[in-house]
Design a binder for this molecule. Structure first.
Ligand code: SF4
Length: 292
């Protein structure tokens, strides 16, 4: 059984960078605090906690003069202000590509556009973008855009970095009817674009698809959805322990991809287990071969 691992599987540039910054800070001394998990993955969170980084439920829970680490998907200006007011040492691990979205959204607003953010409601990145603006609209689905009963002179659209381009296309199509002028800035980041491109071809080339990552990771769940729409035999697993031998019977090739928050060693563990499952299936076949 051939195993084809996606070139883009696993940590994106921004997550890799944020984890590196977090570990360097943690090694310097007293506890580093984050407002929420660094990425949506149980294994990474456990590793990070062991290195002396804690998750604080709210800013007030961080001791005076403590260190606060801002995560890759960005924060609202209010967080920076509150950290300064509390005298906290701030370490900013916001992905440069998210900061670019902030700048583009602000530029649209300054130029008189009503800003639309295409993204998931309540997601930290979307809240961070909205926090840069006086006002904004957030649409997660084409249906939401369709049902929005208003007409604007100028609409400026930016996109959460990890959105699926097909969903974005459908929402923009709806927005065309809502404004006299629309300016669309495609802010899906390059690692996400590469990831999505690969997840649209890998299922065509393999009999079974395995997507590795947490069910709390929107990005991983999105990859699973795209893959399953192309290849019904798509399964999402959190680690090697979730793999089931039945999924692979009769398969000649298996494609493996992973969300941007899945660590390399978990992907590696899954690949090794699939390889052993392939050997087990071959052995079982051999046992059934008549000996005469
Ligand atoms: S998904 Fe893109 S924008 Fe978000 S952290 Fe990763 S590289 Fe940065």
């Amino acid at each position: 059984m051939k195993i084809n691992v996606a070139r883009t599987a696993g940590f994106c540039f921004g997550v890799r960078r944020a984890i590196k910054i977090a570990l360097v800070e943690a090694a310097k001394g007293p506890t580093v605090y984050m407002l929420g998990e660094i990425v949506h993955n149980e294994h990474v969170v456990a590793d990070i906690n062991q290195s002396g980084i804690s998750v604080a439920g709210k800013m007030e829970a961080i001791p005076k003069a403590g260190t606060i680490l801002l995560r890759a998907h960005g924060s609202t200006p209010r967080i920076y202000q509150e950290a300064a007011a509390q005298g906290l040492h701030l370490v900013d691990a916001t992905c440069p590509m998210v900061l670019e979205i902030h700048e583009k959204a602000k530029a649209l607003e300054i130029s008189g556009y009503k800003v639309v953010i295409i993204g998931d409601h309540g997601h930290d990145e979307v809240l961070g973008i909205a926090g840069q603006l006086k006002s904004s609209l957030v649409f997660a689905t084409p249906g939401e855009a369709r049902e929005h009963r208003a007409f604007y002179r100028k609409l400026g659209v930016v996109v959460q970095s990890t959105q699926d381009i097909e969903n974005v296309r459908a929402i923009v199509f709806e927005l065309i009817l809502k404004a006299a002028e629309i300016r669309f800035v495609n802010t899906i980041c390059k690692p996400t674009k590469d990831h999505q491109e690969e997840i649209r071809t890998l299922p065509l080339e393999n009999d079974v698809m395995i997507i590795v990552g947490s069910f709390t990771s929107a990005n991983t769940v999105r990859l699973t959805g795209i893959s399953r729409s192309i290849k019904q035999c798509t399964y999402q697993v959190q680690s090697a322990a979730d793999l089931q031998i039945e999924w692979f019977r009769g398969a000649k090739s298996v494609g493996v991809s992973a969300g941007a928050s899945t660590p390399d060693y978990i992907i590696q563990g899954v690949v090794e287990r699939i390889s052993r499952i392939g050997d087990e299936i071959e052995m079982l076949k051999g046992e059934r071969v008549p000996l005469w």
